[in-house]
Design a protein around this ligand. Structure first.
Ligand code: 3PY
Ligand code: MG
Length: 256
């Protein structure tokens, strides 16, 4: 059996993932069959419901790809529902301080470490067919809490957030970070580049892994040179680029 995503992150593997905004199990399957390492179901910007998230997680398991879910908010209830649906973890937008991250780790873990509500009858406990002891051990071993660093306000706190027990990786959001630094749509602005490099250095200085959004293989390669080797595409961008290229190629054909 393939190791879980948390183990692969902790082992230092170079990984490739993709956000899935379209609430479709088929898109998750396509990522798995194509060989992506993980999918992030995007309930921050996407149209998913708890029910569609659960069906996408099912699809991921069937296609042999790890799956985590990006929340819209930071409440313990939201984290609970995603983990109970069977996700390997949560990516949480706009984490700004150590207290936010500490609360998220608590929400994702059972007592005595945290406050996660217990129901082995949820999907994560195989609807009650996993023993309580096994369910607790699985959750402790596999659960990922990935804060997103994407606000100027978070920058002085990155090292403290990353150093928390229960944080294995942090996701840098270049779109929101460039917006927050006053350079919307321009993650290549020197101030944003400097901020991202500082975030990477704070994360790696405490032995955690940085992850980042990407649009192309060139960007993946540039990010690897800057110390980030977990990259995440957007399936919506991949599909829209392919759709546009297809119509352009056909329209460019000489008239018959
Ligand atoms: C951002 O760039 O702001 C993200 O959240 C990642 O896509
Ligand atoms: Mg963002």
């Amino acid at each position: 059996m393939k190791p879980c995503l948390r183990t692969r992150i902790r082992n230092g593997e170079t990984l490739l993932g993709a956000f899935v905004m379209i609430p479709s199990p088929a898109v998750v399957e396509m990522l798995g069959y194509a060989g992506f390492d993980f999918a992030i179901i995007d309930s921050e910007h996407g149209a998913s419901s708890v029910e569609s998230v659960e069906n996408q997680i099912r699809a991921a398991e069937a296609a042999g790809i790890s799956v985590i879910v990006r929340t819209v908010g930071m409440t313990a209830g939201e984290v609970l529902r995603i983990l109970d649906a069977g996700a390997e973890g949560v990516v949480v937008p706009h984490v700004k301080c150590e207290a936010d991250a500490r609360a998220l780790v608590a929400a994702a873990h059972y007592a005595p470490r945290g406050i996660r509500g217990m129901a082995t009858t949820a999907r994560a406990g195989r609807h009650g067919m996993t023993s309580v002891a096994e369910h607790i051990a699985n959750a402790a071993e596999r659960t990922l809490v990935i804060p997103q660093i994407e606000d100027a306000e978070a920058l002085p706190n990155v090292r403290a957030i990353a150093a928390l027990d229960g944080i294995d990786a942090l996701f840098i959001g270049p779109a929101d970070l460039s917006m927050s630094l006053g350079h919307p749509g321009n993650p290549a602005h020197p101030e944003v580049v400097k901020a991202i490099d500082g975030v990477v250095s704070d994360i790696t200085s405490v032995g955690r892994r940085p992850m980042i959004f990407t649009k192309s293989a060139e960007e993946v390669s540039a990010m690897r040179r800057r110390g980030i080797d977990i990259a995440v595409y957007s399936t919506t961008s991949i599909i829209s680029v392919a759709i546009r290229r297809t119509i352009e190629e056909v329209r460019a054909l000489p008239a018959a």
